[in-house]
Design a protein around this ligand. Structure first.
Ligand code: DAH
Length: 346
């Protein structure tokens, strides 16, 4: 065992360098050096046994060490008792927690989800595609010939203009149809929700971005009757049994024949109101039998397969369900508007 003098030197180093960062570390210090079985007491016990000659010099050193050790402890105590009393109020575990507010689903998300659920039960899967799209998928493959006036039906935000190779923000989700057919084999039964963009002035009735759900059903022997029944079923589920539908002939480059579908006004039930402009009917979607050119463009044998497609605006479907009259509300993030959908559980 090393001599008492050597051990005092060693401990002294330790005491000098002890820099506690918590009250627990102060307590460890106390237990090591100051309690009745601690280092200080031990050294004094051993001191009793040293020779008389040694006692004088060693006694002085030992006393100094004792004072230093106790002095350090008092410093630590002051430091940490101050900190503890400062910290106390925030550590009152009996106080109730601060609580937090739950958010609500956005009405467009609610309705998108509802649409998806209805079609899922009919065996439709969900597919998605890119919002930045090339000319082929947004226009050419969908039977919009170059320079054809039909391209003006949709005011496009172009990202890159390059003859035959434009890149744009997609103007509709019909582009996803093409991607799906190019990348798979029939039969296809899918719905494709997503955001679309058009270069329009923002007002209560128009926005530069909005949301659509595209539908596509391709198989052998699919007919217009399948289209009508599928969409009729959708309307009954979405707006309740007894909601009427009617189809009006229309034109889209990618369907032939094409139609627009109206439903009996959900607000006035057909009696006539502001929403339906006193006609009793409101338009909710475009649809038709997929044009054989589109099938061939996407690598599908049009002699063997037929199919239908439809596209609806989620904002429109939502407006009719919740009577929202200004499109801008959907993207303003006004908490008073959004809070109204808190109790919706879908
Ligand atoms: N893409 C059309 C639009 O944005 C909507 C549409 C109409 C989609 C008819 C279709 C369809 O699939 O068959 O206005």
């Amino acid at each position: 065992m090393s001599s008492i003098q050597e051990r005092i030197d060693q401990y002294w180093e330790e005491v000098k360098n002890w820099t506690p960062s918590s009250a627990e570390e102060v307590e460890i210090y106390r237990l090591k050096f100051l309690v009745s079985k601690g280092i200080l007491k031990n050294l004094f016990e051993e001191f009793k046994n040293v020779s008389v000659e040694e006692k004088r010099a060693l006694g002085k050193v030992l006393n100094e060490f004792k004072q230093a050790t106790e002095g350090r402890f008092n410093e630590f105590k002051d430091q940490f008792s101050e900190e503890q009393s400062k910290a106390k109020p925030s550590q009152d575990l009996t106080l109730p927690g601060p609580g937090f507010e739950f958010g609500a689903r956005h009405p467009l998300s609610l309705v998108r989800k509802e649409i998806v659920e209805i079609f899922k039960k009919l065996g439709f899967v969900v597919a998605e595609g890119p919002e930045i799209e090339d000319d082929w998928h947004n226009f050419s493959a969908l039977n919009f010939p170059e320079e054809h006036p039909a391209r003006d039906m949709q005011d496009t935000f172009f990202i890159r203009k390059q003859a035959g190779n434009d890149i744009a923000l997609r103007t509709h989700t019909s582009s996803v149809q093409v991607r799906m057919m190019e990348n798979g084999k029939p039969p296809f039964r899918a719905i494709m929700p997503g955001r679309v963009y058009r270069n329009e002035a923002i007002s209560a009735r128009a926005h530069c971005f909005f949301h659509q759900v595209e539908g596509l059903y391709i198989d052998e022997g699919v007919s217009f009757a399948d289209l009508k029944q599928t969409l009729f079923h959708f309307v009954q589920e979405m707006y309740g049994e007894g909601t009427k539908v009617r189809f009006r002939p229309s034109y889209f480059p990618f369907t032939e024949p094409s139609a627009e579908m109206d439903i009996s006004c959900t607000i006035c039930k057909g009696a006539g109101c502001n929403m339906c402009k006193y006609t009793g009917w409101v338009e909710i979607l475009g649809c038709g039998m997929v044009d054989p050119n589109v099938l061939e463009n996407s690598g599908i044998d049009a002699a063997k397969y037929t199919g239908f497609a439809f596209g609806m605006g989620i904002e429109r479907i939502t407006n009719l369900k919740y009577e929202i009259k200004d499109l801008r509300l959907f993207s303003e993030n006004d908490i008073r508007f959004l809070k109204q959908f808190e109790s919706e559980t879908i």
